[in-house]
Design a protein around this ligand. Structure first.
Ligand code: AMP
Ligand code: MG
Length: 501
């Protein structure tokens, strides 16, 4: 049976120079790898009666549904600090949008659907590996409670794409609150197109910030502030689960506050603040610890595009934007500390929380201790009588730099924390629940993601399926030796992650 998706396309209502109308390129042999029926239901359409071949045809772009108006969006962006005035969807095609069951507008976009006027030298295609990586990461982040684009489908094309080697091709279908980026604003600002900027800002206000009064003369300033607040909270969530985006270019930062464009991203195993996985990030610009500062830098670029829309003269506009950008650092810090406190069981904050948090991170870094397992095992120690051996066993991993001083310092930190927790929280069981809800037992560890991709490239999708299904409940208790929870052995470690686009 065919599929009906009640597409509209809000972006297509904007002027023609916001995008290029373009049809997906046909592929040789579409075959469905996975379809997210539950997400389809949340989007308000029933896909369960549609056969796999029909879904594959639609979600590779071989079949275009009636109400779809495919287009590629124009945008610019700072890539690793360098302005690129002309980026745009070079391998992505927006099929349309629809209102989900909660009334939120959601874009449905194909990634790897062939060339567009924005493809530059690229082939518009996507290898299987990056498509599966994005699928896994989107869905894992969603389950982890992080605002993110979602994965609706992935299908193979039956074609090969040329990268370092020949790789199987795939099309990934992404769902987003919108695909508007900081770089979308930059595109029009660079072209000094004030009318387009206003239209784009109005579109963002209506779509993402409907609580802002559109008759207020500082509505665009309020919008900028709201975007900064969402990003401050988003990056805090990333930091507290050890996520490294890897390519925080301005074209990879949304106006909606959702995480977007999972390329060479990865989760930290052994904790180190300067960790970088991306093979193209040679100077560590997008290292774990730099993410808040980079977000602020990106938002400063956004502010520059909006200055003429802010109330008052240029000097006042700059001052207002600067104030908000300074507040960003505080909003982020507060959100981060709030999250970190929950990882330690505290329901509210107190004087020395930040010092305590940084002192713990120093110890994890000194030892190269596994970030995820440490916090998960810590959640069993809210009661000071509890047995510490499972936590301290993390020091015995072969790659950990264990010293007696580190052991001593860690025990001292634990004594101090347990004392404070008992003092501040009357209900230690509730504290433990808070900790378990803030520190996942399962994350998509890089070596497991790679293993899923390797197996899929050989035609075995069971590893991918298993990983996805385990990651649906990341906060549930699991066995200590669950194969997906353990850090990589030195041989399994994946130090570099490639975009592969
Ligand atoms: P990304 O790495 O996904 O943030 O993409 C950066 C820019 O490169 C965007 O304009 C993409 O559309 C473009 N791009 C990435 N891969 C391809 C490809 N295979 N073909 C054409 N354009 C691409
Ligand atoms: Mg991108």
């Amino acid at each position: 049976m065919t599929l009906h998706i009640p597409f509209s396309n809000a972006y297509a209502q904007l002027p023609g120079h916001f995008y290029a109308q373009v049809l997906p390129g046909k592929v040789k042999q579409p075959a469905l790898i996975r379809f997210n029926h539950q997400l389809a239901a949340e989007l308000g359409f029933d896909s369960t009666q549609t056969d796999a071949q029909t879904l594959a045809d639609i979600f590779t772009g071989n079949t275009i549904l009636d109400e779809s108006e495919p287009l590629a969006m124009a945008y610019s962006g700072h890539q690793f600090g360098q302005l690129n005035p002309q980026l745009g969807d070079g391998r992505a095609i927006l099929l349309g949008d629809l209102l989900d069951t909660t009334g939120q507008r959601k874009d449905i976009q194909l990634k790897g659907a062939g060339t567009t006027p924005f493809s530059r030298m690229g082939d518009g295609r996507c290898p299987l590996g990056p498509a599966l990586r994005e699928y896994i990461l989107c869905e894992a982040m969603h389950a982890l409670g992080v605002p993110t684009t979602r994965a609706l489908a992935v299908a193979s094309t039956g074609e090969r794409v040329v990268r370092d080697r020949l790789e199987p091709g795939a099309v990934f279908t992404r769902v987003a609150s919108s695909h508007i980026r900081v770089g979308t604003f930059q595109y029009f600002a660079l072209r000094r197109d004030a009318e387009a900027l206003t239209l784009l800002a109005d579109h963002v206000l209506e779509r993402h910030y409907p609580h802002i009064d559109t008759s207020a003369d500082d509505k665009y300033l309020q919008m900028f502030k709201a975007i900064c607040q969402r990003q401050a909270e988003l990056i805090a969530l990333w930091m507290n689960i050890g996520f490294i985006h890897g390519v925080m270019n301005t074209d990879n930062m949304t106006a909606s506050g959702e995480t977007i464009d999972y390329g060479p991203c990865a989760f930290i195993d052994a904790f180190h603040r300067e960790t970088v996985f991306s093979s193209i990030d040679r100077n560590g610009r997008y290292a774990y610890i730099n993410q808040p500062a980079i977000a602020q830098w990106n938002l400063a670029r956004l502010a520059e595009t909006l200055l003429s829309l802010f109330p008052g003269d240029e000097k006042q506009s700059v001052e207002q934007a600067t104030d908000i950008l300074q507040d960003f650092a505080q909003w982020h810090q507060d959100a981060w500390l709030d999250g970190f406190n929950r990882k330690l069981g505290f329901a509210s904050s107190a004087e020395n929380d930040k010092e305590r948090a940084e002192a713990l991170l120093d110890l994890l870094q000194q030892g190269g201790i596994d970030f995820t397992l440490f916090f998960r095992r810590l959640s069993d120690l809210a009661d000071k009588e509890a047995d510490r051996s499972a936590l301290l066993a993390l020091l015995d991993y072969p790659e950990v730099r264990k010293t007696s001083l580190l052991q001593q310092n860690l025990n001292d930190w634990l004594d101090n924390w347990q004392q404070d927790l008992a003092h501040r929280e009357s209900d230690l069981h509730a504290a433990q629940q808070r900790m378990k809800a803030a520190s996942p037992a399962l994350i998509p560890r890089n070596h497991n993601v790679q293993a899923a991709i390797r197996a899929a490239e050989e035609g075995d999708f069971s590893v991918f399926e298993n990983l996805l299904s385990a990651l649906q409940q990341p906060f549930a208790d699991i066995a200590d030796d669950h194969p997906l929870s353990t850090p990589p052995t030195p041989q399994q470690q994946v130090l570099k992650t490639f975009c592969g686009t």
